[in-house]
Design a protein around this ligand. Structure first.
Ligand SMILES: Nc1nc2c(c(=O)[nH]1)N[C@H]1C(S)=C(S)[C@@H](COP(=O)(O)O)O[C@H]1N2
Ligand SMILES: [Mo]
Length: 433
C-alpha cells in the first residue's frame, strides 16, 4: 500500500504540482509559490512528520518525504477504516468493527470514483430535478426540509464490488474484502416525493444522478460517475435524498451535504454530493453505466472465461449476504469454557432475510441463529447464536443467510469478469486452546 501511495503522489506531482499540494496540504495561501515548501506548506509537512525539517530549503520541488509515503494515510473522522487506495479514496471497515446495530459514521466505508468537492456549503447547495418531468425544480436543502416529509431510515449500502479480493482469477478494481457495507441511519426526504412534485412524465423510464465530485484526470468536462435506476425503483418509498447521517452531518467522504441513498442496489446508484436528478426516456448511459461497469454476464460463466461485451446486464437488487461481526476472526477461547456468543448482520437487496444458519464443521451441519426483523425495510437484520465447541482445536464459523425467496448464500463465488456480487459465506477462524 505504501508503494502505491508513493507512486500515486509522485504521479500527481508530475501531472499537476499545485493540485498535489492542495490535496496534500489543503488550500495554498500563496498561489505564486511553485513547489518549494514554505509557510503553511512547510508547517503542514512538519506537522505530518511530527518534527521540524532543518534542511527543508534543500528539498526539491514536489518532494515527498519517504516517511510520509510510508505513513498510513488516514481519513479524518474514519480512523478505523482500512485504506485500499488513496486516489481516489477507497476504504473499508474490518468486519469486527461493524458490530454496531447502526453503523457509526466513522465506520461507513468510502468508495470514491473521483475527487470529492473541496468546499461544500449546505446553505447554498441546490438540487435540480429535470428531464422528463412536468415542472423542473431547483431546490435548496432548506426547501427540501420545508416542502417534503422528513424521515429517518436505517438503510444498508453495499458496494457492488464488495468481496472482490476473493476472486480467482483476480478481478481488477478495489480489492474489497468484506467491509464495503454498512447500515447508517439516514435522514432526508423521499426521492419519490420529490419526483412526484416535479411531475413524472409517462416517457420517464430511468433516472440519471449527478454529483459535484470531479474526474481524476482533472478534466472538467468529464464526470467520475453518473448512474441511475429504473423509474419503478426510483419511486420506492425507501429511497432517500439524505442530508443527515446518524443524526449528524453527512461525513464529507460519504457525500455531504446531500446524497441519494438507494438501498438494496449497488452502492453506485446512491450518488454522493448530489446536485441533479434527471429523468430520462431511456436507460441512462452516464459514466459507469455502460460497458462492463456494474454489470455481470447474463449467464453463469466459468472462472476466467471471457464474456462478449453485449452479454452483460446491469446489476439490480444485490444478493442475500451476511457478516459475522463478533468475534473477530482469529479469536482463541479456553477449552474449559468453549462457548461463544456469535453475532452479526444479514441483508438481501430488495428482499428480506428469512434465516441465518451457522456451521462450525465446514458445512456438515447447521445451527439456526436467532434473527431479528429489520428496523425498517432495507435495514440490515441482526443475528445471534450461542455456539459450543466440542474439543480443543481449529474451527471455522461459517454464516449462511437465506432470503424470503429461499435463495441462500453459496460457498463458492459465482465468478464474473469485474468481480461483482460476491455473496459467498463469511468465514472466521476460532481456536479452542
Ligand atoms: N458522486 C459520487 N457518488 C458516488 C460515488 C462517487 O464516486 N461519486 N461512488 C458510488 C459508489 S461506487 C458507492 S459503492 C457508494 C459508496 O458510498 P460511501 O462512500 O458513502 O460508502 O457511493 C456511490 N456514489
Ligand atoms: Mo461501489
Amino acid at each position: 500500500m505504501s508503494d502505491r501511495k508513493e507512486r500515486d503522489l509522485f504521479e500527481l506531482y508530475a501531472e499537476d504540482p499545485e493540485k498535489a499540494d492542495r490535496i496534500l496540504f489543503g488550500r495554498i495561501p500563496n498561489p505564486d509559490r511553485r513547489g518549494f515548501l514554505r509557510g503553511a506548506g512547510l508547517t503542514a509537512m512538519a506537522a505530518m512528520l511530527g518534527t521540524t525539517i532543518p534542511f527543508h530549503r534543500f528539498m526539491p520541488s514536489g518532494f515527498i518525504p519517504v516517511a510520509l509515503a510510508e505513513e498510513p494515510f488516514l481519513i479524518t473522522g474514519k480512523q478505523d477504516l482500512t485504506i485500499l487506495n488513496d486516489r481516489p479514496v477507497n476504504a473499508e471497515c474490518p468486519a469486527h468493527l461493524l458490530d454496531d446495530e447502526v453503523t457509526p459514521t466513522s465506520r461507513l466505508f468510502v468508495r470514491n470514483n473521483g475527487i470529492p468537492p473541496e468546499m461544500v456549503d449546505a446553505e447554498t447547495w441546490t438540487l435540480s430535478v429535470d428531464g422528463e418531468v412536468e415542472n423542473a425544480l431547483e431546490l435548496t436543502i432548506a426547501d427540501l426540509k420545508r416542502d417534503f416529509e422528513v424521515l429517518s431510515l436505517q438503510l444498508q449500502l453495499e458496494c457492488g464490488g464488495n468481496g472482490r479480493s476473493f476472486f480467482e482469477p483476480k478481478a481488477r478494481g478495489n480489492q474489497w474484502t468484506v467491509g464495503a457495507i454498512g447500515c447508517c441511519e439516514w435522514t432526508g426526504v423521499r426521492l419519490a416525493d420529490v419526483l412526484k412534485a416535479a411531475g413524472v412524465k409517462d416517457a420517464a423510464v430511468y433516472t440519471a444522478h449527478y454529483g459535484a465530485d470531479s474526474h481524476l484526470s482533472g478534466d472538467a468536462d468529464k464526470l467520475p460517475i453518473s448512474r441511475g435506476v429504473p423509474i419503478d425503483k426510483a419511486l420506492s418509498p425507501y429511497n432517500l435524498i439524505a442530508f443527515a447521517q446518524n443524526g449528524g452531518p453527512i461525513h464529507p467522504m460519504n457525500g455531504a451535504p446531500l446524497r441519494l441513498v438507494i438501498p438494496g442496489w449497488p452502492g453506485s446508484c446512491s450518488q454522493k454530493w448530489l446536485t441533479r436528478v434527471q429523468l430520462r426516456d431511456r436507460i441512462h448511459d452516464g459514466p459507469k453505466m455502460t460497458g462492463k461497469s456494474y454489470r455481470v454476464p447474463e449467464y453463469p460463466v466459468a472462472p476466467g472465461e471471457s464474456v462478449p461485451k453485449d452479454a452483460f446486464q446491469i446489476i439490480e437488487s444485490m444478493p442475500v449476504k451476511s457478516l459475522i461481526t463478533y468475534p473477530e476472526s482469529g479469536i482463541e477461547i479456553p477449552a474449559d469454557k468453549p462457548t461463544l456468543a456469535v453475532r452479526g448482520h444479514a441483508w438481501a437487496g430488495d428482499n428480506q432475510v428469512s434465516a441465518v444458519d451457522l456451521s462450525i464443521d465446514f458445512g456438515a451441519t447447521w445451527i439456526k441463529a436467532d434473527l431479528r426483523e429489520p428496523a425498517n425495510p432495507y435495514a440490515w437484520q441482526h443475528f445471534a447464536a450461542e455456539i459450543e465447541f466440542p474439543e480443543k482445536g481449529y474451527y471455522e464459523i461459517w454464516a449462511r443467510a437465506t432470503d424470503d425467496e429461499q435463495r441462500m448464500q453459496p460457498f463458492a463465488i459465482a465468478w464474473n469478469p469485474k468481480g461483482y456480487l460476491n455473496n459467498s459465506m463469511h468465514r472466521i477462524s476460532v481456536r479452542v486452546v
